[in-house]
Design a protein around this ligand. Structure first.
Ligand code: UFG
Length: 337
């Protein structure tokens, strides 16, 4: 399939582009490079042997989208472009609603003008808030988000429900990601935060290469087996493959669908530290500090719907996630020097 991938140079986007090429699809990347490096396109070419077409632009810019759709003849869109830092969203809410909500609306309008009816959206387990059920299935109650980032994801989900009601022939897949980590096994692409990382895995990886002195474990007295927060970490390559499975399913299934993409396994912060130490052979200095405001104690997916309907399930475990993240971090440090 010919697919437009917005945010295709970003962390999850670039891994999805690689998997699309390997599966024989023809992705085109649409990216503004506000949070990605143009050299990602070269590195994707090194991995796949294929030069992915690139349109540089912002999803809020309908002229840029017009240029992409005029030349593309796309059968579907996978929409990753957007802002994703929870703390920053509290400080700059309008940026989040503009990029994530207005950007999605502008993109859907462009698709409508060009008769493209298949849309896969990056949502987040954040829409479950403090989950009422663990593991959490898609039909669990959604909770009011605790920050503008989460609200922007929930708002786009609601917009998509209205779009689907108005246009039932559209094929819409909402993917609720749990915690994407790891990197491509080549070590050539991975998560590349411009600033000090907010998320656990890139933070640990930068402590391991001594870019950062020590990890703060946010909270040691949660009601979890070791007191630290529990999450469902999913290897980014598994996640990428989930998008392809969703695209394939949508071909024969118009309407709106929601799928959790997670492993179903909960891992604590301290488990993750140990796994990273095993993978890297480096001791990770850490201290247990206060809880981070807005964090929940535990969240992990019931991924059985994606398995049943898409034939997809996560293959990689926590050790592999750490090995790949470690390989990538060592390369990323050389890139920035
Ligand atoms: N953590 C630390 N120290 C750190 C960073 C994180 O102890 O320096 C802990 C957190 O407290 C949490 C766990 O590691 O227990 C995972 O934290 P992340 O920041 O990696 O991930 P979150 O679960 O907070 O965030 C993820 C996504 C967001 C999404 C959010 C809510 O990254 O996009 O889930 O579902 F909004």
């Amino acid at each position: 399939m010919k697919i437009l991938v917005t945010g295709g140079a970003g962390f999850i986007g670039s891994h999805t582009v690689v998997e699309l090429v390997l599966e024989g699809h023809e992705p085109t990347v649409f990216d503004s490079f506000v949070n990605a490096k143009p050299s990602v396109i070269d590195r994707v070419e090194t991995i796949t042997g294929y030069r992915v077409p690139l349109v540089r632009g912002d999803v809020r810019d309908s002229d840029a989208l017009e240029a992409a759709f005029r030349h593309g003849d796309f059968e579907g869109v996978i929409h990753f472009a957007g802002l994703k830092a929870v703390g920053e969203s509290v400080a700059h809410p309008l940026d989040y609603f503009d990029s994530n909500v207005a950007g999605s609306v502008t993109l859907l309008e462009a698709m409508g003008r060009h008769g493209v009816d298949t849309f896969v959206f990056s949502s987040s387990a954040t829409v479950y808030g403090e989950p009422t059920v663990l593991p959490t299935p898609e039909e669990a109650a959604l909770q009011p988000p605790t920050n503008p980032y989460g609200r922007s994801k929930l708002m786009v989900e609601e917009i998509l429900r209205d779009v689907s009601t108005a246009t039932p022939a559209m094929r819409i897949g909402i993917l609720r990601y749990f915690n994407p980590v790891g990197a491509h096994e080549s070590g050539l692409i991975g998560e590349d935060p411009a600033d000090v990382p907010n998320n656990l895995m890139p933070y640990i990886a930068q402590v391991a290469t001594e870019r950062l002195p020590r990890l703060a474990v946010f909270g040691g007295n949660y009601d979890t087996p070791d007191g630290s927060g529990v999450r469902d970490y999913i290897h980014v390559v598994d996640l990428a493959r989930g998008h392809i499975a969703a695209m394939r399913h949508l071909v024969d299934h118009p309407g709106l669908h929601v799928w959790n993409l997670g492993t179903g396994q909960g891992t604590s912060v301290l488990d993750m530290v140990e796994a990273f130490e095993r993978a890297s052979g480096v001791t990770i200095p850490y201290e247990v500090t206060a809880r981070r405001p807005g964090d929940v104690a535990a969240t992990y997916a019931d991924p059985s719907r994606a398995h049943r309907e898409l034939g997809w399930k996560a293959e990689f475990g926590i050790d592999r996630m750490c090995e790949d993240a470690w390989r990538w971090q060592q390369y990323a440090d050389t890139l920035e020097d």
